[in-house]
Design a protein around this ligand. Structure first.
Ligand code: IDP
Length: 139
């Protein structure tokens, strides 16, 4: 069943470079409402758990190190058709392929340090939102 929510993180590079405002502004300008928001830092264990689906990939260890290297901003966002529309707004994983007007085109530095995460399915949006937020942190 399609839901109207998705999950996102502003990744360590974009937080470090002071882009929290610029990125959330693009989200709100595109019609997303911030349901939940938290600045936090992942331990290597938590980052590994979040990206467990990529455990066998060659970039996994570096990804875990990078995602636990500094604070991130986790958010649940709401809009009709949230998952698909948000994937469109963030752009391709590799910023070299990201289209003009996307968050990654504007803020990503590399394939790894690509500024934002966006859930790839309604099911994962639910799982990833639950990973960071309790029921009393959703508004
Ligand atoms: P997505 O974030 O666009 O959904 P995924 O394939 O799910 O992309 O990969 C998760 C994250 O892992 C990416 O956002 C990026 O930070 C990192 N990543 C993916 N592929 C590579 C790679 O080939 N080299 C380095 N990092 C990668």
């Amino acid at each position: 069943m399609a839901t109207n929510q998705t999950f996102t993180m502003i990744k360590p590079d974009a937080v470090q470079d002071n882009h929290i405002g610029g990125i959330t502004q693009m989200m709100e300008a595109d019609g997303f409402r911030i349901v939940s928001l938290k600045k936090t830092r992942l331990t290597p264990e938590r980052a590994g758990e979040f990206y467990a689906v990529h455990k066998e990939r060659p970039f996994y260890n570096d990804l875990v190190k990078y995602m636990s290297s500094g604070p991130i901003v986790a958010m649940i966002l709401e809009k009709e058709n949230a998952v698909a529309d948000f994937r469109k707004l963030i752009g391709a994983t590799n910023p070299a392929n990201a289209e003009e007007g996307t968050i990654r085109k504007k803020f990503a530095k590399s394939m790894e340090a690509n500024a934002v995460h966006g859930s790839d399915s309604d099911e994962n949006a639910q799982i990833e939102g639950d990973f960071f937020f309790d029921i009393d942190e959703r508004f």
